[in-house]
Design a protein around this ligand. Structure first.
Ligand SMILES: [Zn+2]
Length: 144
């Protein structure tokens, strides 16, 4: 399981549970365009790593560790979108796809640098809030 896949699953589960109830493996599969058995399999792996909790045939929720990693990815994604728009001059409609790729390569140091350069922005070019930094002592290592 690649760290990129782990990060994408954590983000998907985080986004789905933002709708006020736990995600199902079917919804996760839909969101990531994978077959439901693949999603179920991956969720079990996340559970073994202590990043998610899974009740068979029911809900998938992130653990605190999983939530912190998901928030880190959301933060990096949105900082990158703003950077791509404001500094590199990409159109708002272009920034999401590029940020989806770049977010997996961003280090803690570069994340800090981007945040400083952009003046600690509160929202991305789509108007979505940029979550505050998860402190390193809390975040642990990104898996992979
Ligand atoms: Zn985006």
């Amino acid at each position: 399981m690649s760290s990129q896949a782990v990060q994408d699953y954590l983000k998907a589960i985080y986004a789905l549970s933002g709708e006020g109830r736990p995600a199902t493996t079917g919804e996760i599969a839909d969101r990531l365009s994978v077959a439901p058995p693949s999603a179920t399999n991956m969720v079990k792996r996340l559970a073994r790593r202590g990043l998610a909790k899974h009740t068979p045939y029911r809900a998938v929720e992130l653990t605190e560790a999983g939530r912190r990693l998901a928030l880190t990815m959301v933060r990096r994604h949105r900082l990158l979108e703003l950077y791509l728009e404001r500094v590199l001059g990409l159109g708002v409609e272009q920034v999401h796809e590029e940020a989806e790729r770049l977010e997996h390569a961003l280090s803690d140091a570069l994340e800090t640098r981007l945040d400083d350069l952009l003046g600690h922005p509160a929202s991305d070019p789509h108007g979505e809030p940029i979550p505050p930094r998860v402190r390193p002592a809390e975040a642990g290592r990104l898996p992979g």
